[in-house]
Design a protein around this ligand. Structure first.
Ligand SMILES: NC(=O)c1ccc[n+]([C@@H]2O[C@H](COP(=O)([O-])OP(=O)(O)OC[C@H]3O[C@@H](n4cnc5c(N)ncnc54)[C@H](OP(=O)(O)O)[C@@H]3O)[C@@H](O)[C@H]2O)c1
Length: 269
């Protein structure tokens, strides 16, 4: 998505990649078209930067957020995609399940803490959108007695964490109706994450004809970040950016309990 955006803008967009893998970010940034600035008539400097952050720790996310706030006063597009399928339980030194941090708490913390920069952008008359790439509006029933999802099963963890992101988008969309909060499903896409274990890799290889190419998934997900239709409110989208609605499973009680859970675990301030 960063490469596509850099190409569409001919290198003239400030793009910050936040992640743990400097080498991968360097490769991506090196592929961006060289911005035409600064030149003799224009002194604008375009920034293509990397901020190091292992997002499996809330404390790291806090540091990265502060770093972003130091460097920028406003943000047009904030995209959170780091993470993978939750395959097992692994408790971090912060006492949280790593996959829950990756799939819910880190993303929600980035967006919640950086919302003032999105609002600054909107106040300057520009578009301001935040996007979570996961699995929108699955109509999953949330177990309110087990919000930490201690009863592990791959299906329950993956679906429930996706629902937590649905709730987050709902509440943020209601609180900040002038901004856009988007939760989108990327579709089955042939990505490195699908080759981390031999059995997933085998499945991905067999399913290859059915999987999306990375470029196609990237352009479908960039579309709702650029099209005026998606500029305000909460959106839950299919892989083709078609609108979904939240089912009855995300009712007022679920919304309140899940929101409080996210605030507590992601230490939203
Ligand atoms: N691909 C699909 O078919 C598919 C389908 C539905 C939903 N999704 C969801 O969409 C999201 C993106 O999927 P993807 O296919 O792009 O996955 P991917 O190929 O595994 O990429 C995940 C990205 O997250 C980064 N990452 C992982 N752990 C991190 C950490 N602790 N700190 C910082 N960065 C970290 C990885 O970077 P490094 O490992 O290089 O550091 C990688 O760039 C995931 O949440 C996935 O569950 C994907």
């Amino acid at each position: 998505m960063a490469q596509l955006l850099a190409t569409y803008t001919n290198g003239r967009a400030n793009i910050v990649i936040v992640g743990r893998n400097q080498a991968a970010a360097d490769r991506i940034v090196a592929s961006f078209p060289e911005p035409p600035y600064p030149n003799e008539t224009n002194s604008i400097t375009v920034k293509h930067e990397f901020i190091q952050c292992d997002v499996s720790f809330i404390s790291n996310v806090r540091v990265a957020v502060e770093e972003i706030k130091k460097r920028y006063s406003k943000i047009n597009m904030l995209v959170c995609s780091a993470g993978a399928l939750a395959m097992s339980q692994k408790i971090t030194t912060e006492g949280l399940d790593e996959s829950h941090v990756l799939r819910t708490y880190a993303r929600t913390k980035f967006i919640y803490e950086l919302q003032p920069l999105l609002s600054n952008d909107r106040a300057a008359g520009e578009d301001a959108r935040a996007m979570i790439i996961l699995n929108a509006a699955t109509s999953n029933k949330v177990d309110l007695e087990d919000l930490d999802i201690k009863k592990f099963s791959m299906i329950s963890v993956n679906k429930t964490t996706a629902s937590y992101n649905d709730v987050f988008v709902k509440v943020m969309g209601e609180r900040h109706p002038d901004l856009a909060f988007i939760h989108i499903f990327p579709g089955g896409t042939d990505m490195p994450g699908l080759h981390k274990t031999w059995y997933l890799s085998l499945a991905a290889t067999l399913a290859k004809p059915l999987l999306r190419r990375l470029e196609d998934a990237a352009s479908s997900m960039l579309y709702p970040l650029l099209h005026p239709y998606y500029s305000q409110g909460g959106f839950w989208l299919t892989k083709d950016a078609d609108k979904l609605t939240l089912g009855n499973s995300i009712n007022d009680k679920v919304t309140e309990k899940v929101w409080d859970h996210i605030v507590s675990r992601a230490q939203l301030e």
